[in-house]
Design a binder for this molecule. Structure first.
Ligand code: SF4
Ligand code: SF4
Length: 297
């Protein structure tokens, strides 16, 4: 739990299409019955959690996310090339004393500006995405969304995380990007617990292992929710036992349920799902050291 008294549950998966966003949305809905909760969509390349809520509406202004990129002041440039050497992202070329900057590749780290002995680089803001707040049928929601064609997802993820922290909700449920690359790492960073969603297929188990290692590497406890339990014959529970990862929930496969989940429909009227989501959330909160749903710490 953070110093602000917020418990952060990150919902992640080693691959897309496992039902991660469905689980995140349901956990947030169930959590909101007990405590101030915010659902945070950090799948910034293709945020879709808001699509699960029929009456979703914006609840505030969108906030632009920008990074500071260098702009060359040619009159001061000596052509020394130190800026290009300082950029580990390949955003600056210095050929024959002529400097070219590609601002779309720039990560805004500032190394080139610091390296320039002639103060020939100025920093200017460049928009890379936005964060937006929503009222999702009574549930508070925050979304990070990258600008079209941009590749700087981590700046948007960090901005959405910052805005979520400012909401001072008792519970944050993060819908993380799938995979184990840089965006997923940023999305789970700072979480108190990671819920990993997997399906009973060999492919999903392979990626689950990578996601579990990512959480372990960040020192964050994790548990697995098996979605479409009973559909495939790959042994997710056996894998979890061997890896020492607890299975904290199972969503039994039903053809109709799977179809509605794929169509971004909530299972709000499904008592079995609601009960299972309550149990998953209680286990995650207990492991995170927070108070359990309907109970006390
Ligand atoms: S700010 Fe960083 S990433 Fe951008 S051009 Fe300079 S060194 Fe490269
Ligand atoms: S470090 Fe500064 S002076 Fe040297 S090439 Fe780059 S911009 Fe020009």
């Amino acid at each position: 739990m953070s110093d602000a008294g917020t418990t952060v549950i990150a919902v992640a998966s080693g691959k897309g299409g496992t039902g991660k966003t469905t689980v995140a949305a349901h956990l947030a809905i169930r959590g909101a019955r007990e405590m101030p909760t915010v659902l945070v969509d950090l799948d910034v390349e293709a945020p879709d959690a808001s699509g699960y809520f029929k009456g979703v509406r914006r609840s505030g202004d969108a906030s632009e996310v920008s990074v500071l990129v260098p702009r060359l002041v040619e009159a001061r440039c000596t052509g020394c090339g130190l800026c290009a050497k300082a950029c580990r992202f390949g955003a600056i070329l210095s050929i024959g004393g002529v400097v070219t900057i590609d601002p779309k590749v720039c990560k805004g780290c500032g190394s080139c500006v610091n390296a320039c002995p002639a103060a020939a680089l100025e920093e200017i803001p460049m928009t890379v995405g936005q964060t937006s707040s929503f009222d999702a049928d009574g549930l508070a929601m925050l979304e990070g969304r990258m600008a079209i064609g941009d590749i700087r997802s981590t700046a948007v993820i960090e901005a959405a995380k910052k805005r979520a922290a400012e909401s001072r909700a008792a519970l944050q449920v993060r819908d993380c990007p799938p995979g184990v690359s840089c965006p997923a790492t940023h999305a789970i960073e700072g979480a108190d617990y990671v819920v990993l969603v997997a399906e009973p297929t060999e492919f999903s188990i392979h990626d689950l292992g990578a996601a579990a290692r990512l959480a372990r590497g960040r020192g964050i406890r994790a548990g697995v929710v098996i979605n479409k339990d009973g559909f495939g014959d790959a042994d997710v529970a056996g894998f979890c036992e061997r890896e020492g990862i607890p299975v904290i929930g199972r969503i039994a496969f039903e053809r109709e349920r799977a179809a509605s989940g794929a169509a971004a429909e909530l299972w709000s009227d499904d008592a079995a799902i609601s009960g299972e989501m309550d149990a998953i959330l209680a286990r995650a909160l207990a492991a995170a050291g927070a108070r359990t749903v309907g109970g006390r710490r």
